[in-house]
Design a protein around this ligand. Structure first.
Ligand SMILES: Cc1cc2nc3c(=O)[nH]c(=O)nc-3n(C[C@H](O)[C@H](O)[C@H](O)COP(=O)(O)OP(=O)(O)OC[C@H]3O[C@@H](n4cnc5c(N)ncnc54)[C@H](O)[C@@H]3O)c2cc1C
Ligand SMILES: NC(=O)c1ccc[n+]([C@@H]2O[C@H](COP(=O)([O-])OP(=O)(O)OC[C@H]3O[C@@H](n4cnc5c(N)ncnc54)[C@H](OP(=O)(O)O)[C@@H]3O)[C@@H](O)[C@H]2O)c1
Length: 539
């Protein structure tokens, strides 16, 4: 049977996309999901210490006020179990599960121009055909296990945090090596250290981190959240990054040194990503940024007792928040434990993995377990893994050989009727993502609704629109300090051989939303809307 729409992925994006296309537009829709259950990121990332860095009262859907008000979060930053409970609640409430096929990994998606259909094949060989293909495969769903020679010879066990075994890993009595100190590694290390015999943290790039200050939410806060739905929603929609707080309007040098220090101290005590919002120009001006960077480096040196370890942890080579800034629970304190050691991979790079452990240029570290907290082939990785072929058999991989080419991060020239939720070129990973996801899903739904109402059978952006958008994405990034973190996954620099192009749109979610709405209001400016034959034949 030919479907109206196929959606790939059953995380925040896919679930809402199914609801919108099926229940608002009345289309026949099937969701294909590789995992055995829904949840996306939170299905896969069950490593020790995993939790949100968005605050719970904003890390959720806003499309239904009733849904928002009936759900109660227990903590400031929920972990996978609670987020999965929430997503199951959403799926049950909107009767979504009946249209999701689990254990169905898409391995090929080809556009048939004659039929104007996408033909999609799963790893099990099942075939589906649909007019619209919506990718909801996530930005961070393709685990990056570095190709370190000798991994296959390791006699112990190894795990990637993004594919963590659901039954958990018992670290008791074990010598554990953790490679990677991004947001994931910073969350995992304190929890692993608490049960392992010994933990060695292998750090390539030192990172800033601010305390999360996670805590249970009290009844008064929960009531206030319920009653403030409209106000909270309005803030998330009108700020550059979709968080439920505003970035302060003052600049770093509008205040004197003492006052600045007091502001940083208060933000440090409050904890969380709001630290970055203390001043307007923290991610815009290097001298301003230096004040935040220096403050955090001083904190690291004050917390970590061994001066050599502190120096390696505080030797950070990029501006604060130029990489997604982690928040933590006792990360730096962990290095004061007797059973934890830090290895500086800049001084002694990893040479290989041996049967006994990890060998660096300096020595071998004997290990029973290696944890790869090494991140993801972000944004383009999950799209390429679907082996998408568009018009004239053009492979997405080839079309994007020099970097992704999209219009608004929503569609790409050469790939008619293929929509990408949080695709490269959209604000996506620079935001509190559920807010960006809702905006994309609603735009896609409106676009498909418009096509059907206007007898349009094919929608595709022009190459010129995509080219111009690429320039805008680059300019938006260059107006910030983000490109100065030259090893960032925002740039694809974490995956050897990947073209280094700044992928997310850094111009802010509110501005981006306005742009997308304007383009739609102008009859989808920049898109070719091809009428159906019947429509074209009308006098
Ligand atoms: C550990 C971690 C913590 C995070 N914390 C935050 C946070 O606090 N705040 C925030 O805003 N964002 C956070 N993120 C980003 C997070 O990915 C988004 O918030 C959100 O969950 C993305 O939802 P999604 O549905 O777009 O993608 P995902 O949740 O990644 O879901 C995509 C789904 O597509 C499926 N899929 C992929 N390829 C295929 C295929 N070929 N065939 C079939 N199925 C496929 C995957 O199995 C997956 O289930 C975090 C990411 C990670 C890794
Ligand atoms: N809610 C949260 O708090 C939370 C938690 C986890 C993840 N996330 C999201 O997921 C994103 C990815 O986070 P992540 O920590 O999984 O990945 P990441 O930020 O890409 O960090 C990966 C780490 O592994 C290191 N690494 C990679 N390859 C290596 C190699 N070959 N040898 C040695 N070290 C290597 C990296 O070093 P280099 O820096 O030198 O490359 C980095 O320290 C985050 O930025 C965030 O958006 C959010």
């Amino acid at each position: 049977m030919d479907l109206d729409a196929l959606v790939v992925g059953a995380g925040f994006s896919g679930l809402y996309q199914l609801h919108c296309l099926r229940d608002r537009l009345g289309l026949s829709v099937q969701v294909l999901e590789a995992a055995a259950d829904l949840g996306g990121t939170w299905y896969w990332n069950r490593y020790p210490g995993a939790r949100c860095d968005s605050e719970s009262h904003s890390y959720c859907y806003f499309f239904s006020k009733e849904l928002y008000q009936e759900w109660e979060w227990s903590e400031r930053y929920p972990g996978p179990a609670e987020i999965l409970r929430y997503l199951h609640h959403v799926a049950d409430r909107f009767d979504l599960k009946r249209d999701i096929r689990f254990g169905a990994r898409v391995v090929a998606a080809c556009y048939d121009e004659g039929e104007n259909l996408w033909e999609v094949t799963t790893a099990a060989g099942e075939r589906y055909r649909a007019t619209y293909l919506v990718s909801a495969v996530g930005c961070l769903s393709s685990a990056n296990v570095p190709a370190i020679p000798g991994l296959e010879s390791f006699a112990g066990r190894w795990y990637h945090t993004g594919e963590w075994p659901h039954e958990g890993v018992d670290f008791r009595g074990k010598r554990v090596g953790q490679i990677g100190t991004g947001s994931t590694g910073i969350q995992a290390a304190p929890v692993i250290a608490a049960s392992a015999k010994h933990l060695t943290v292998f750090q390539r790039t030192a990172q800033y981190s601010v305390p999360a200050r996670n805590a249970p939410l009290d009844a008064a806060f929960k009531r206030q959240v319920r009653e403030s739905y409209d106000a909270i929603r309005e803030v998330t929609r009108s700020t550059p990054n979709g968080h439920p707080f505003r970035i302060d309007r003052r600049n770093v040098f509008d205040v004197g040194e003492q006052e600045r220090r007091a502001i940083y101290e208060a933000a440090w005590e409050k904890g969380g990503l709001q630290f970055r919002a203390s001043f307007r120009d923290i991610v815009l001006d290097k001298a301003a940024n230096d004040t935040a960077a220096d403050f955090i480096k001083q904190k690291i040196r004050a917390v970590v007792r061994d001066p050599k370890t502190a120096a390696v942890l505080a030797d950070i080579d990029h501006p604060y928040a130029a990489k997604r800034p982690p928040i933590d629970t006792d990360y730096f304190e962990t290095f004061n434990r007797d059973n934890v050691a830090l290895v500086d991979l800049r001084a002694e790079p990893i040479e290989r993995i041996t049967p006994a452990g990890v060998r660096t240029r300096a020595r071998e570290y004997p290990l029973d377990i290696v944890v790869f907290a090494t991140g993801f082939d972000a944004m383009t990785g999950p799209l390429f893994r679907m082996n998408i072929r568009g018009r004239d058999g053009l492979a997405l991989r080839d079309a994007w050989r020099e970097g992704p080419k999209t219009y608004l991060g929503l569609m790409a020239p050469g790939f008619p009727n293929l929509f990408t939720v949080t695709g490269p070129g959209s604000p996506s990973v620079l935001t509190n993502m559920p807010v960006a996801i809702e905006q994309h899903v609603e735009w896609i739904t409106d676009c498909i609704g418009w096509m059907r109402a206007n007898g349009v059978e094919r929608c595709e952006p022009t190459a010129r629109a995509a080219e111009r958008w690429g320039v805008q994405v680059e300019e938006a990034a260059n107006a910030t300090l983000l490109p100065l973190a030259t090893h960032s996954w925002y740039l694809g620099a974490n995956v050897p051989g990947k073209p280094q192009v700044f992928m997310p749109y850094a111009g802010g979610l509110a501005r981006y939303r306005a742009l997308c709405d304007e383009i739609a209001a102008r009859g989808y400016d920049g898109f070719v809307m091809e009428p159906s034959r019947a429509e074209a034949a009308r006098p």
